[in-house]
Design a protein around this ligand. Sequence first.
Ligand code: FES
Ligand code: FES
Length: 170
Amino acid sequence: MTDQENWQENVKPTEIFVNGKRINSDISCRLTLAEFLRETLGLTGTKVDCNRGECGSCTVLLDGDPVYACTVLAVEASGRQVMTIEGLTGGTRPHLIHEVFFKEFGPGCGYCMPGIIMSTKALLEKNPTPSVYDVIKALDGNLCRRCGSDPCIIEAALAVCEKFARIEAR
Ligand code: FES
Ligand code: FES
């Protein structure tokens, strides 16, 4: 077997916590976190568009921080907490962030939306009352690559943050 074949075959017993659930699996060292979530666990809410760390469609939270799941190896998430769009509410009903985005967001296919929602979630976890600048900065790694609706996304994200700020103020 060549070195490359050895590398491709190389699997590592790995424990990852996905949406609060412990997952033990022998994972190929070349599998990205996005591939592991979508293909091994069937969590297809995480979208893959550019697959090279440019668009943010695949954004998930790793120990609370937004990361591009297409640029992280699944084995790198060993022992860590991963949250995907499915983990936002446990899959039972839309989260408030979903609801406001769907209400406020204009036309578009929605493919970029799970990543944008996860980046917004990460922002609000750390800063429940972000400024406009904070929102723009938090979403600057997320592109509406297929539909080009980036301005609508920022407006929708601002509406989400305003809603959360009102809740916080109560
Ligand atoms: S699919 Fe991962 S950054 Fe575009
Ligand atoms: S709405 Fe289609 S990619 Fe953003």
